[in-house]
Design a protein around this ligand. Structure first.
Ligand code: SF4
Ligand code: SF4
Length: 358
């Protein structure tokens, strides 16, 4: 029986962000006059009433242990009036209205082993998903790929030498949280799922699994007298969507689950229209713990972009101007049959524009 004094439910959801904002930011919300970029990793915002606030951006590994978080917040207590702000790309921003604290703050962060940068025309921290840490379907790690790549791209994070901002993303399965970016490193399964028929009947809700397949390649079947599923391998596009609702449809494989690299995704419509990313390297070895092959390709693309793009061209704008044949020439990436989108259902069912359809 329900208790008479049962507490009312707590509505959870996004808390009011204003309570966490630095007082100068809160006071001047919507009242900013201009901003400057005094050095990589530092922004200065000036309000209409003359108030100034400096923001220092520091890269983090996103998955933070308690000790690291304490270290970072202690620095915030000492130099940034106790206010911190996490960005979408796992950076930590400290704000202060006292210019004399900016250099000591940067020194404290660097002395503690953190890097300051990621502003303006730099390579921002790679946005990544969870990977082997706490997701149940990854075909590779994501945090590990980020660590290995950022170790090699650290100078591009700390300096502003790119034609424009570069957003890199990683995704540890082929279907879920990986976003699109200027450069995206995504899992690419190359073989259809292998079905353990002994387990399907006990574990999987078969109609849900059938409904999950985007190309209708899964059918219910009886195998050795037990209810199971079968896959039409000619239709299967190896997306991996059936694995989460039905783990006996194993698709992850140490050899056949590869990485693919895509470029030119851009949500922004500031200077040109939004674009979808396109595949430029397929079948890249998924090679932990340092993923050297994928990192080498990313560095190749960045070097060609840095060399050839005009100021303020994003990667998609640069490719649009020079054309795809030239892109493959300057990046020295081989153009293979895997770059041709010849899936027979694409014309009818793939959403090939940024318009929302109902
Ligand atoms: S991208 Fe896929 S595997 Fe990685 S955390 Fe998201 S759902 Fe899990
Ligand atoms: S991997 Fe994708 S396309 Fe293939 S059977 Fe599973 S859901 Fe369908």
């Amino acid at each position: 029986m329900a208790l008479a004094d049962m507490r009312s439910p707590i509505e959870s959801g996004c808390p009011d962000g204003f309570q966490y904002m630095h007082p100068v930011m809160r006071r001047n919300f919507g009242l900013w006059k201009y901003h400057e970029h005094p050095r990589p990793g530092v922004l200065l915002h000036v309000a209409l009433n003359g108030d100034k606030v400096w923001t220092v951006k520091c890269g983090t590994q996103r998955i933070l242990d308690t000790f690291t978080l304490r270290k970072l917040t202690e620095i915030g207590d000492k130099f940034a009036d106790g206010y911190i702000h996490f960005t979408l790309r796992s950076n930590l921003e400290y704000m202060t209205d006292d210019e004399s604290k900016v250099e000591p703050l940067i020194k404290a962060l660097e002395d503690a082993g953190f890097i300051v940068g990621g502003t303006a025309n730099s390579v921002a921290m790679i946005a990544h998903t969870q990977g082997w840490l706490h997701c149940d379907i990854p075909g590779t790690d994501a945090s590990g790929v980020v660590k290995s790549m950022m170790d090699e791209l650290i100078d591009e994070f700390k300096n502003c030498n790119m034609p424009n901002r570069v957003h890199i993303t990683t995704s540890c399965c082929q279907i879920n949280c990986g976003g699109q970016g200027d450069i995206a490193i995504n899992v690419q399964h190359t073989k259809p799922p292998k079905i353990n028929h002994d387990l399907v009947g006990n574990i999987c809700e078969r109609p849900t699994v059938v409904a999950r397949c985007p190309v209708a390649a899964i059918r219910p079947a009886m195998v050795d007298g037990k209810p199971s599923l079968e896959v039409d391998e000619k239709k299967c596009i190896c997306c991996g969507a059936c694995f989460p609702p039905c783990p006996p449809m194993q698709i992850n494989h140490p050899e056949h689950s590869k990485l693919a690299i895509w470029v030119g995704g851009n949500h922004s419509n500031a200077r040109s229209k939004p674009t979808f990313q396109r595949l430029v390297a397929a079948g890249v070895p998924n090679n932990p713990p340092r993923w050297p092959e994928a990192t080498a390709i990313v560095k190749q693309i960045l070097a060609a972009y840095k060399e050839g793009a005009k100021d303020w061209e994003r990667i998609n704008d640069w490719i649009e101007r020079i054309g795809w044949p030239k892109f493959f020439e300057v990046t020295e990436l081989p153009f293979t049959k895997y770059h041709i989108d010849n899936w027979r259902g694409a014309r009818n069912s793939l959403n090939a524009s940024t318009h929302i359809r109902f």
